[in-house]
Design a protein around this ligand. Structure first.
Ligand SMILES: C[S@@+](CC[C@H](N)C(=O)[O-])C[C@H]1O[C@@H](n2cnc3c(N)ncnc32)[C@H](O)[C@@H]1O
Length: 244
């Protein structure tokens, strides 16, 4: 399955930029699941930094959030359709899209770059998180939300992370642990609990700072939603001082 369809583009634009009223008009609905791409970025420690990387950035909301505290932000996603939308938002400030109601019916909605963001400091690039360019450099903050269990070979990214995060820099990794054979062949899925596996994979280079469950919501139509819980963990890349 790929993330190129117009239906998924609309769902992600709404998830990233929709108003509370657009996303969850039902009083009895899980309103605390709104704003996931903003909440994951809030897991980084406060303060300014130089370079941030958003892997699997989709239509860019977390990248724009990162630009509030980072001087340079790179958002990378495999979907050409998602990257085109993020780039249009960056250059135009807003884009219109159809929000599906039911059957053939849809409403027009507008996605807007959030207040306080610095789109001029963001760049969006189509790329593969398992085969990132050698000259990408290293970052103070790396954010990878709901990406790892969508990769055919997740260990390729995990083994690159110590090189991508500067010593003393931070990594926010979120995963709903929703492994599916259509994305990740069974041989490449963890045999054990995903978080135990992550601790083994990252533990040699990273210190685990915190972990928290964060719900998120994808609205498919006016009456159909996906409600999922992601495990969000914050890691610090150990520096020479830690090892001494
Ligand atoms: C479940 S979505 C999460 C998007 C976003 N981070 C969020 O939390 O809303 C997974 C994203 O990863 C992207 N993706 C899938 N495989 C990828 C790969 N190999 N490299 C980079 N991005 C990838 C998809 O295009 C999609 O945007």
């Amino acid at each position: 399955m790929s993330y190129e369809s117009d239906q998924l583009l609309s769902e992600y634009l709404l998830m990233h930029y929709g108003t509370d009223e657009q996303l969850m008009p039902w009083d009895f609905g899980p309103k605390d699941a709104i704003g996931f791409p903003v909440r994951t970025v809030e897991h980084f420690p406060p303060g300014k930094c130089d370079r941030a990387l958003d892997l699997g950035c989709a239509v860019g909301r977390s990248s724009f959030e990162l630009s509030k505290s980072a001087a340079h932000v790179t958002g990378i996603d495999f979907s050409a359709n998602f990257i085109a939308a993020a780039e249009a938002l960056r250059t135009e400030g807003s884009i219109n899209y159809p929000m599906r109601e039911t059957g053939k019916q849809s409403k027009q909605a507008t996605a807007v770059v959030p207040d306080g963001a610095h789109p001029e400091n963001c760049r969006f690039v189509r790329g593969d998180a398992m085969n990132l360019p050698d000259d990408l450099g290293c970052f103070d903050r790396v954010h990878a939300a709901n990406l790892i269990c969508r990769l055919p070979e997740p260990e390729k990214l995990l083994s690159r992370l110590p090189e991508l995060v500067k010593p003393g820099g931070h990594l926010v990794l979120a995963t709903p642990c929703t492994w599916l054979d259509e994305f990740t062949p069974p041989a490449n899925q963890p045999d054990e609990d995903t978080f135990e596996w992550l601790k083994k994979q990252l533990g040699g280079s990273f210190e685990l700072i915190s972990q928290q469950n964060e719900p998120f919501l994808i609205r498919e139509t006016a009456r159909k939603y996906q409600w999922t819980v992601s495990l969000v963990s914050l890691w610090r890349h150990c520096d020479e001082q830690d090892k001494a």
